[in-house]
Write a protein that binds this ligand. Structure first.
Ligand SMILES: NC(=O)c1ccc[n+]([C@@H]2O[C@H](COP(=O)([O-])OP(=O)(O)OC[C@H]3O[C@@H](n4cnc5c(N)ncnc54)[C@H](OP(=O)(O)O)[C@@H]3O)[C@@H](O)[C@H]2O)c1
Length: 294
């Protein structure tokens, strides 16, 4: 019999991931801080829980995809949080991008009640969530990874176990640091190219055909060429991840001069009102810095 799944956090990613669980036939209950976001899934057959506690009580596995560590704190540890619904055998799949300290604390609390957790942050963005092609980076026990693999494969196509709890989140934060610097350098190049009379299309044609190439440059470069800044992954959320990465590095006494500088550019983008736009909207901040007005 299919495990009963609970899904917490029906944002840009979570809403699409939950829908894929429903499509694959898992009995689904959902919870979201703003309840109105549950309505579309309820119409498609999901039950709605009033609190995270109720969500846990009605489910064998709760999957979470919420914004940040404060949201996980509210979801798990609040008075009506899911922890009070945890009993032996219960499983929690943490798909939010948060810091390793948070996922370890959640795991320890669940284990005290006979449950367990697997961290499984994702990559693939809004389209991957929609199409069920996400990649999961897991941290936790191999046995729990194996047990929850069918749940992950209803939302994605690959799950790589990165190690123990905390190491999956570490890899995810490393990944988002990489895309931060890639996006920064792509945008800088586009602004210089324009000033020098070289089009984005020409830059992308060479990048794509060469050793510089990455699907990421194609994805974001094409969006910039169209001036399409609709949210796939918000600047606010990337700054959250840059900050978590810098905090972790500081705790490990590792300097990150590149990421520290790039985060300031993304902070400027937030200050200029682009926080809820896609991360490629950071080019607007670089264009302003270069004296462009459009
Ligand atoms: N977008 C991407 O491409 C992408 C890719 C990989 C990983 N991620 C990660 O996946 C997670 C979700 O991203 P998203 O793009 O889906 O974000 P989003 O659209 O902003 O959704 C955020 C979700 O978190 C909930 N939330 C925020 N603060 C909360 C709080 N204090 N208590 C309870 N719930 C709270 C929101 O509830 P409300 O509806 O009430 O606001 C919403 O359901 C983030 O950790 C993000 O870094 C995103």
């Amino acid at each position: 019999m299919s495990k009963r799944i609970g899904f917490a956090g029906l944002g840009l990613m979570g809403g699409r991931m939950a829908r894929n669980l429903l499509k694959k036939g898992f009995p689904l209950t959902v919870w979201n801080r703003s309840q109105e976001r549950c309505a579309p899934l309820a119409r498609e057959g999901a039950k709605v829980a009033a609190t995270p506690r109720e969500l846990a009580e009605r489910s064998d596995v709760v999957v979470a995809c919420v914004a940040d560590p404060a949201a996980v704190e509210r979801l798990v540890f609040a008075e009506d949080g899911l922890l009070s619904g945890v009993r032996p055998g219960f499983r929690y799949l943490e798909c939010s991008t948060v810091d390793p300290g948070t996922t370890r604390r959640v795991q320890a609390a669940l284990r005290e009640r006979g449950g367990d957790a697997l961290e499984a942050p994702v990559t693939g963005s809004k389209n991957g969530a929609e199409n069920g092609t996400l990649l999961f980076m897991t941290g936790g026990e191999q046995a729990v990874h194996d047990e929850l693999l069918p749940v992950m494969m209803a939302m994605g196509t690959k799950a790589i176990r990165c190690g123990t709890m905390g190491q999956g989140s570490t890899v995810k934060l490393i990944g988002n640091s990489i895309i931060s610097l890639m996006l920064q350098t792509l945008c800088e190049g586009i602004v210089v190219g324009r000033r020098a009379g070289v089009s984005i299309e020409t830059i992308l044609e060479v990048v794509t055909a060469s050793g510089y190439s990455s699907p990421y440059f194609t994805f974001k470069g094409n969006a910039i060429a169209r001036r399409d800044f609709e949210e796939h992954f918000a600047i606010d959320l990337l700054v959250k991840d840059q900050t978590l990465m810098l905090q972790q590095a500081a705790a490990l006494k590792v300097p990150l001069p590149g990421l520290a500088a790039v985060r300031e550019v993304f902070q400027s983008a937030r200050a200029q009102g682009f926080g809820r736009e896609d991360i490629c909207a950071v080019i607007k901040t670089l264009e302003r810095a270069a004296g462009e007005t459009a």
